[in-house]
Design a protein around this ligand. Structure first.
Ligand code: ADP
Ligand code: MG
Ligand code: MG
Length: 870
């Protein structure tokens, strides 16, 4: 088995084996970019390490030794060599990029002897010492597990003793002093000196990278991003080039386009005389890449050309790490750049127009889940005018966030548990803060630039972030921050504007964003490629309006019970429910009729020619009645009914299993007058709306919870009879359809006979999931997390359709129904109608439409188009 590949043996498409970093280093080498030599230890070697109880395998070790020998030959240097020592970096790199989650060691190969040689060869003792102190610190942290702050304390001490601000101001002697003190720290922790044998250093570092695959922050990152644990990480061993070799050297990171806005302009930062992560760690304030031109025009031009070549080669925005050693440029990493949803859309659309990719590729590149973020709010412009401005930082990740401030991850998590919205404030973030970042509304840092950890991670999460806000001073330990002489403590409220970098005192209301031209263009392509119709679930004209703005082509589910709950109706609804005889019930229903008619009328006006499926009353009646003693008392006073009598009546109506109780069409069958009133309201509203406008309205009445053909037959007859009456009274007719929800397993299994009398089917996947799995959505919260942990269900079946079980039922139903009625219109109106994975399944089943909540409509449109392209 081959466990080690030289960079020139690899390729860009070997990510699974070589990790993203290794595969791309090989690919960059292949297309002729300046990449330092090296080799990659495969992810399979990592998995072997875990299979063999975290022990380095002998075969792997010997292959590393051989590749090292080859690298030594290629570079003319020797690891630990006295005359010409080779220094390397040991870098982790999984198949899916996990920025900053695992560890890297630079300058490996340094020891008390090689440091002298390097000082001599470079004629720069300071540089040699700087590299050695960095190595001791990184190796101790990553490999020996001695926490970084032990070294930071010493470093800061010496800086203070010398009265200098910047690390670059320390002399070679200062650094020697630091190295001695670092070594003492190591001795104190390890009871033995810092390892001096470079080969031993190398093997220890490789093993540490393997172990880092399972460090807590990497695990959390994988959980959040749904990255499988068994992928493993590769390890890259690469010859060092030095950005810390004086003022003509430097290191930086760059994106080929702006990852926040998508604008086609190089975006990045660098620091001269710096190494590795200095730029992202916010040690000094970095310079924008554009000013590289002033530092060294030749290098700048080469950089621009290479970056352009890279983007054309990969046909996507790249995120690049580079180092300049004494005026010579090297590329150390490239990967597909993480971007905001806004940027993703702009980049994809621009690239189609630049002829780099096709429309189809552009559509497949957008994660449907991301789109929803675009629809979410930004601060209300008027509210913003009156808001109290505090300070300005960098607009690191767009969005709007308001909440209480906290300074530590665990406090954010606790706040979230209390149901509070919070903002995480740090000097700068590090991977340890990841949980806080996930649970906060927004992130504010005092240091760090646009490519700082906070900025990159927040953009990846689509979370609002303001970084590098120098106007605030953060006292993490004391848990407060200041702006001028104003102090803000834990729990104080602030607002962040991720689009401008402005921060404000207090909470600010937010509004939704306008669609930009790029979004519109992409969605137009989406609609051209999509065949399933996208409708929305909406009960109010306002929801309907929003959904239509988002591109809904109709209403797939208009639930009438929400109308019943409104304050002016609930007393009438209760009278209707508590009626002891049909006359009293009809009296109440007659009062409800004009109200319902008006509701439907408004909905029809809002929807115009677009279809609307109205579902007749579904929930069990006791849901409309009060349960608390004091509320029952109030109702008894109101209705003039004796309280005990009322209590007894409510008791009669209560159920042990309301989900399976007296609801859905069972209501229509036992109290036909209720459904009759609803049908009448619908027909009358449709007739009036048709008269008042030029719209062609096609009424769609949907019967809930049918499990038996006869139920539907009876309810269909009721609707038809009502229609005949209403049409006669109005001397007009209107076309209408009667369909049913398929949400009881028996309905799915007998779909052929049910289809006989149905004009359409709409799968109610919420109830169908509950009844198929046999657990209710409201109670599943108690055990679902454990079920997911044990992988009994891979995903929450109420979010993503359980294709194996519920999906099988749907397949049976569709097949049987279409055999009976070839062109039966079939849709879905459960929560799953807005879930991209489920949508792919519905497309495969040949559904005509999906229906989802208004904010999911664009997500569903995109997912429906992608389903056709996959
Ligand atoms: P991460 O996965 O956290 O980005 P990397 O392995 O990319 O970690 O290493 C971080 C940084 O270390 C790189 O961006 C680069 O600046 C520096 N680095 C890594 N290898 C080398 C090398 N061979 N020569 C010079 N710098 C290096
Ligand atoms: Mg990197
Ligand atoms: Mg239902």
């Amino acid at each position: 088995m081959k466990y080690v590949y030289a960079f020139d043996e690899g390729r860009g498409n070997m990510k699974n084996l070589l990790g993203g970093k290794g595969a791309n280093l090989a690919e960059m080498k292949k297309i002729g970019l300046p990449v330092p030599e090296g080799f990659t230890i495969t992810t399979e070697a990592c998995n072997l390490y875990y299979d063999e109880n975290e022990k380095m395998n002998d075969d792997v070790i010997s292959q590393i030794e051989q590749s090292l020998a080859a690298l030594e030959k290629k570079t003319g240097k020797i690891l630990g060599g006295i005359n010409s020592p080779l220094l390397v970096s040991v870098r982790s790199g999984a198949a899916i990029s996990m920025p900053g989650m695992m560890d890297t060691v630079l300058n490996l190969g340094m020891n008390d002897i090689t440091v002298q040689t390097i000082a001599k060869l470079s004629n720069d003792e300071r540089f040699a010492m700087d590299s050695y102190r960095r190595f001791i610190q990184m190796f101790s942290d990553v490999v020996l597990g001695i926490e970084k702050y032990n070294f930071d304390l010493i470093f800061d001490d010496v800086k203070e003793e010398k009265g200098v601000q910047e690390d670059t101001a320390l002399s070679a002697d200062d650094l020697k002093n630091i190295i001695e003190r670092y070594k003492q720290v190591v001795f104190k922790h390890m009871n033995k000196p810092f390892p001096q044998d470079p080969k031993e250093q190398l093997m220890m570092a490789v093993e540490a990278v393997f172990s880092s695959w399972n460090n807590p922050r990497a695990k959390i990152y994988r959980q959040v991003n749904e990255i499988p644990d068994e992928l493993g990480t590769a390890v890259n061993i690469q010859e060092m080039v030095f950005g810390n070799r004086g003022q003509s050297s430097g290191t930086g990171v760059a994106f080929t386009r702006n990852p926040s806005t998508g604008e086609k302009a190089l975006f990045g930062e660098f620091l001269m005389n710096a190494q590795g992560e200095d730029v992202v760690a916010g040690i000094r304030t970095p310079l924008p890449v554009s000013s590289l031109k002033e530092q060294n025009e030749t290098v700048y031009n080469e950089f621009i050309q290479t970056v352009d070549k890279l983007e054309k080669h990969y046909k996507d925005m790249q995120d690049i790490e580079f180092t300049i050693e004494q005026g010579k440029l090297f590329f150390l990493q490239t990967r597909t750049g993480k971007r905001t949803a806004t940027a993703a859309i702009k980049v994809a659309v621009d690239m189609v127009e630049e002829g780099l990719i096709t429309k189809e590729e552009a559509i497949l590149r957008i994660n449907p889940e991301e789109i929803e973020k675009l629809l979410h709010p930004t601060f209300d412009a008027n509210a913003l005018k009156g808001a109290k401005f505090l300070a300005k930082g960098l607009p690191a990740s767009p969005g709007a966030a308001s909440g209480k401030v906290y300074f530590y991850s665990e406090d954010i998590v606790k706040a979230k548990e209390r149901g509070e919205k919070s903002v995480l404030i740090r000097m700068e973030t590090s991977p340890e803060d990841i949980e806080g970042m996930i649970n906060a509304e927004g992130i504010l840092t005092a240091r760090g630039g646009m490519t700082s950890h906070a900025a990159v991670v927040a953009r990846g999460m689509g979370k609002c972030c303001v970084a590098g806000c120098h106007d605030i001073k953060v006292y993490e330990n004391e848990k407060y921050f200041t702006v001028g002489d104003k102090k803000f403590y834990e729990g104080d409220e602030i607002s962040l504007d991720g689009n401008t970098g402005d921060i404000y005192e207090g909470l600010i209301p937010a509004t939704k964003v306008e669609f930009s031209g790029h979004f519109g263009k992409l969605m137009q392509w989406v609609d051209e490629l999509r065949t399933m119709q996208v409708r929305t679930n909406a009960d109010t004209p306002q929801d309907a309006k929003t959904a239509v703005e988002f591109g809904a082509e109709g209403i797939g589910l208009c639930r009438t019970e929400h109308m019943f709950f409104e304050e002016d109706r609930i007393p009438i609804v209760r009278r209707m429910i508590l009626a002891r005889n049909i006359d009293d019930r009809r009296k109440a229903l007659n009062q409800l009729l004009p109200i319902q008619r008006e509701d439907f009328y408004k909905m029809y006006l809002e929807m115009g020619d677009r279809p609307m499926t109205v579902r007749l009353l579904d929930p069990p009646l006791h849901e409309f009645l009060p349960h608390e003693d004091k509320d029952i008392q109030a109702l008894s006073d109101d209705f003039g009914i004796d309280c005990d009598v009322l209590k007894a009546h409510i008791g009669e109506l209560s159920e042990h299993n309301p989900m399976l109780g007296h609801r859905g069409c069972r209501l229509g069958i036992t109290y036909p007058e209720i459904y009759e009133m609803q049908c009448r309201a619908i027909f009358e509203a449709a007739i009036k709306a048709t008269k008042d406008t030029k719209y062609t309205i096609d009424v769609e009445i949907m019967i809930p919870l049918v499990g038996n053909k006869i139920e539907l037959d009876l309810m269909r007859k009721l609707a038809e009879d009502t229609a005949t009456k209403v049409f006669e009274e109005n001397q007009t007719t209107i076309s209408f359809k009667v369909g049913t929800m398929i949400e009881v397993p028996r309905a799915a299994l007998t779909a052929d006979s049910i289809a006989e009398n149905a004009d359409f089917f709409s799968f109610g996947t919420n109830d169908l999931t509950q009844m198929t799995l046999g657990f209710s959505r409201d109670d599943a919260g108690k055990f679902l997390p454990i079920y997911k942990e044990k992988e009994i269900y891979e995903r929450d079946p109420f979010q993503t359709l359980d294709q194996t079980g519920v999906g099988a039922l749907i397949e049976i139903a569709v097949t049987k129904a279409r055999k009976q009625k070839q062109h039966l219109k079939i849709g879905i109106c459960g929560e799953h109608g807005g879930d991209p994975r489920s949508i792919e399944f519905f497309a495969k089943q040949g559904f005509d439409y999906i229906s989802c909540s208004p904010y999911r409509v664009p997500v569903a449109r995109l997912a429906a188009a992608q389903a056709n392209l996959k």
